[in-house]
Design a protein around this ligand. Structure first.
Ligand code: COA
Length: 332
């Protein structure tokens, strides 16, 4: 099936404050060597107190709109992938809508953690494929530093803050041999691993209370090794499926733009796919794991740097809490 939708603009926002591994070694029992060797991370960005999630999302969106040559008035829908929104209610997407000045369009959040951006892209592709909409803003944004337990060395070294955005618009209508656009998307979840990565407090199971705060149930809890194994397996299978659906082989792909959770996860999944490391885009050393923001940040950086060139194919894949995962193959 020829693509109906195409990414016509990208943007990202990273807060200015840098927190290095050396900074963390002063806060918990860890070291620069351990973090680099086990994760590939050297530093991450932290949002200052006056910045909230929708501020970062709106900044990334403005940049994507500018690249697309569009304004907020051209948007038909706003989808925000986030698990660290401004408030439990309403959706962060409506704050983004208000900040951008977009009116009377559907705006909603997706809770698919690190896979949130891929979920949003898949939904946008399907709305445009159905002919229901023309321009959809898809954002991945996380302010994880506000939900991290900064005394838990098993999680606090991994995450960072940031936002990435894309504008999905119609694909070129003239038939060509190698059309640009979203070639395939895959999304999937496995709730049997739901408790491997969670913020257990503050919802209907354990509503907010003094005990929730005292026991730090409002902070991220993770069984790192469970997530690690599931990530390698499912990132591999989702990537293979997206490529096969487009009638290609993994090695035909020009670039892999994977979720930046851990360099060892990326390397193992890519090795299984049989794709050389030179084709893998990486920025985890500079930004850590920014969850749903990770892929659109890296995509935007790689497009603006000229690393990804027009006509090239890019395979994106992500897995996170849920567990939820997905992949998308595009030709830019
Ligand atoms: N600094 C130093 N030592 C640390 C540490 C840190 N920051 N974090 C954990 N350790 C210690 C552990 O306490 C353990 O010590 P022990 O052997 O004395 O008990 C040892 O290092 C090994 O811990 P382990 O959890 O087995 O390490 P690991 O190799 O699995 O690496 C993660 C831990 C978290 C980096 C890894 O499991 C991971 O990346 N998992 C996936 C996480 C993820 O991607 N989450 C987000 C989903 S998108």
């Amino acid at each position: 099936m020829p693509p109906k939708a195409r990414i016509v603009g990208t943007g990202h926002y990273l807060p200015p404050l840098v927190r290095t591994n050396a900074d963390l070694a002063k806060m918990v029992d860890t070291s620069d060597d351990w973090i680099q060797e086990r994760t590939g991370i050297r530093e991450r960005r932290i949002a200052p107190p006056e910045i909230c999630t929708s501020d970062m999302a709106a900044a990334a969106a403005e940049s994507a709109l500018k690249m697309a040559g569009l304004t907020a008035k051209d948007l038909d829908m706003i989808i925000v992938g986030t698990v660290t929104g401004d408030m439990p209610m309403p959706a962060t997407a409506v704050f983004v809508q208000q900040k951008l000045g977009a009116v009377n369009i559907p705006s909603f959040d997706i809770s698919a953690a690190c896979a949130g951006f891929i979920y949003g892209l898949s939904i946008a592709d399907n709305f445009i494929r159905a002919g229901a909409m023309k321009h959809i803003l898809v954002i991945g944004v996380e302010l994880l530093s506000r939900v991290i337990d900064w005394e838990d060395r098993g999680t606090c070294v991994l995450f960072g803050d940031g936002a990435g955005a894309v504008i999905v618009g119609p694909a070129d209508s003239t038939p060509v041999e190698r059309p640009r656009g979203i070639l395939s998307t895959k999304i999937m979840s496995d709730g049997s691993l739901a408790r491997s990565l969670m913020i257990p407090g503050g919802g209907s199971v354990t509503p907010a209370s003094k005990e929730v705060i005292d026991e730090k149930l409002h902070k991220v809890k993770m069984k790192g090794q469970d997530i690690f194994k599931a990530a390698v397996k499912n990132l591999y299978s989702a990537s293979r499926d997206a490529v096969e659906e487009a009638g290609m082989r993994p090695d035909d792909v020009d670039w892999i733009c994977p979720h930046q959770a851990n360099l060892r996860i990326i390397n193992q999944a890519v090795e299984r796919l049989g794709v050389p490391k030179e084709k893998v885009l990486v920025n985890i050393d500079k930004v850590g794991n920014t969850s749903s923001a990770s892929i659109p940040i890296l995509l935007d950086q790689s497009l603006r740097a000229g690393t990804i060139k027009e006509g090239q194919t890019v395979l994106m894949c992500a897995l996170g809490a849920g567990i939820s995962w997905g992949s998308a193959l595009i030709r830019v």
